[in-house]
Design a binder for this molecule. Sequence first.
Ligand SMILES: Nc1ncnc2c1ncn2[C@@H]1O[C@H](COP(=O)(O)OP(=O)(O)OP(=O)(O)O)[C@@H](O)[C@H]1O
Ligand SMILES: [Mg+2]
Length: 190
Amino acid sequence: MKLILVGGTPGTGKTEVAKLLGAQLKRRVVALGDIAKSNDCTREHDSNRDTWIIDEDCLVDAIMDLLDDSKDDFIIEGHYIDLVPSRSVEQVFVLRTHPDDLKQRLTQRNYTADKVQENLESEIYGVCQLDALNSFGEAKVFEVDTTELTAESTVDEILSIIKSKESPTRYDWMADLEDEGRLNDFISDA
Ligand SMILES: Nc1ncnc2c1ncn2[C@@H]1O[C@H](COP(=O)(O)OP(=O)(O)OP(=O)(O)O)[C@@H](O)[C@H]1O
Ligand SMILES: [Mg+2]
């Protein structure tokens, strides 16, 4: 049984893209957030960060149970994809979005200013991509820049990566913003 993972900072489009990718590949899509909820792995609400704390050991156990119970290939999307055991993972797609665009997408969600800022910094530093590289290695981790794409064209891009044997493209918003002299606009202590 083989897995495709879809990860990325909140607002990069994981849920929407994974749903469409699942329809194209005829694979079931599992959202890690749903697995955490249905297995009671969410702990307390961090009101400062307006986010739920996840018990990672609990989620890892729930993921293992899910893998043991599944015979068919499927897709897992969400925040904590780096917790999925690497040996079952075929390819990982980390969705990336330029900070200018991500700021708009997150602000439209009525996130607090702090939460927008936290997620923007995470996207600028490339936290999801670095976590994915640590867990799954260079060869399995592909980044897709969704900035100028729709969810549908993001899926087309993923399907073309799956078919081709090209090596992964890497994005570095921090270097780009630094080159443009704009890093200070996003990160207060830069
Ligand atoms: N290229 C794109 N791919 C996917 N979604 C996009 C794209 N461009 C804009 N969007 C929009 O971005 C929003 C984010 O979508 P989505 O909820 O799938 O993000 P997410 O990564 O699953 O976020 P979360 O981590 O909070 O679950 C949606 O409103 C979607 O329509
Ligand atoms: Mg989502």
